[in-house]
Design a protein around this ligand. Structure first.
Ligand code: CA
Length: 428
């Protein structure tokens, strides 16, 4: 999709905070989420972020300001989950984006009526944006694959299949939780070298910087989604932290991959940034001259990479200060969203609206671009020095991790994802 009138950098909103420098939610973004007033018993409902406010879509629909396809999409966007909106597909998403963009513009005659439909983000609490039927997590960053591979199988760091297909595994939808949910330190079975296995709280709790893709229209069982059509099945992206217990992972993962090391909690950010909003930030997929030519079902010359800046911040227990642990861009991923969708359905596996696909930990080529502690500390061997004399190999109880994401490019308005955070709680 090409940028259109909704992406124009000159657009200004009658919501003044949408023009604040550095805001994640200017008029050019318009991400969807599920919210209610914090501490209330109000019904969960859909909203669109604008500046430091939320446009309450249920209230906006009640004003009768939408028509045609946009009205159908606006109704779906006001429900208690976004599954209905996700199911409608790109034409409806786009019609709604255009309508909301026009209603929120500086010169909109509907501004007075819509002012009553705003809720301050500072007064809101959020729910997971969709009823997630299935969650799968991929492994699309070659730098993460290399760095983690050097730790887990040093003789064979990048496995032979990595550049032939986006590898993934089936995760656990039941433990996907909204940003802010406490991270209860999980218990598990581990084995220290030369010792018998033991069961107890993990000593190697880690985070993973990822993006989460919410699936739009699904596919019937037996009906693969071709790569060229795959993005029509991609509703949008959130930040995703796939908390991991590395000592559990190291012991349990051969030969079937991660299981209990990953399924105790996955955190997602409240706002889902649509693929249309991300249109100005596309790039060609990174490929080296000696990379294998993809098999036809994974072959594309389209600009499937997205230049999304990703950061991880740590506030150590007892400290008032957050330290940035890493910064990278999603542009370095070897496989894109379309590849994930085409691969996942290539055998006829059915996806449904609201399914969640993780991109896998995103790391870049430089040391400060590693998206988890496993990589940043070389498996715990080189602890990080933090301000005030603290050190960390892995997360301690009371530590808070915050992921941030945004896109910026000369000639376009910066858009952001908000954040995704969690604080580690002691094992029960
Ligand atoms: Ca992961």
């Amino acid at each position: 999709m090409q940028p259109n009138e909704t992406h124009q950098p000159g657009l200004r909103s009658w919501v003044a905070s949408a023009q604040q420098p550095g805001t994640d939610f200017p008029l050019q973004n318009l991400p969807h989420g599920i919210f209610r007033r914090r501490g209330s018993t109000e019904a969960w409902r859909g909203g669109v972020a604008i500046g430091d406010a939320i446009l309450d879509m249920a209230a906006a629909c009640a004003q009768g300001l939408f028509s045609g396809l946009a009205a159908e999409a606006a109704q779906a966007a006001s429900a208690s989950t976004l599954n209905g909106l996700m199911a409608l597909g790109p034409a409806a998403w786009s019609a709604l984006r255009l309508a909301v963009s026009r209603l929120l513009r500086e010169d909109a005659s509907e501004a007075i009526r819509l002012q009553l439909c705003l809720v301050a983000q500072a007064q809101a609490e959020y729910a997971v944006p969709a009823r997630i039927g299935d969650y799968s997590d991929f492994f699309t960053s070659q730098y993460h694959a290399l760095n983690a591979g050097r730790i887990f199988q040093p003789d064979n760091a990048l496995l032979a299949n990595f550049k032939w297909l986006p590898i993934g595994y089936h995760g656990r939808a039941s433990t996907v939780a909204i940003s802010g949910t406490g991270v209860l330190r999980p218990q598990g079975q581990t084995r220290a070298p030369g010792c018998a296995p033991t069961f107890g709280p993990t000593h190697k709790l880690d985070y993973e910087v990822e993006l989460g893709l919410f699936v739009g229209p699904g596919n019937p069982q037996g009906g693969p989604i071709p790569l060229a059509e795959a993005e029509q099945h991609a509703f949008g992206l959130c930040l995703l932290n796939d908390w991991s217990a590395r000592d559990v992972q190291a012991w349990e993962s051969m030969p079937l991959g991660p299981f209990m090391a990953k399924n105790f909690l996955t955190s997602v950010s409240p706002w889902v940034v649509t693929l249309e909003a991300l249109a100005p930030f596309r790039l060609p997929m990174p490929r080296a001259a000696d990379d294998p030519t993809a098999l036809p079902y994974l072959q594309s010359s389209a600009p499937l990479a997205l230049d999304i800046q990703l950061e991880a911040w740590l506030t150590p227990a007892g400290s008032p200060d957050a330290t940035r642990l890493s910064r990278t861009s999603y542009r370095h991923a070897y496989w894109g969203l379309a590849h994930m969708l085409a691969q996942h359905t290539s055998n006829g596996c059915a996806l449904q609206p609201g399914d969640l696909l993780g991109t896998g930990t995103q790391s870049g080529p430089e040391p400060g671009e590693a998206g988890c502690l496993l990589e940043l500390t070389q498996g715990g061997r080189t602890p990080l020095a933090l301000p005030h004399g603290q050190v960390r190999s892995y997360l301690q109880d009371g530590d808070s991790v915050r992921l941030r994401g945004w896109c910026e490019r000369p000639g376009h308005t910066r858009i952001g994802f908000g954040d995704c955070f969690g604080t580690v709680l002691p094992a029960r």
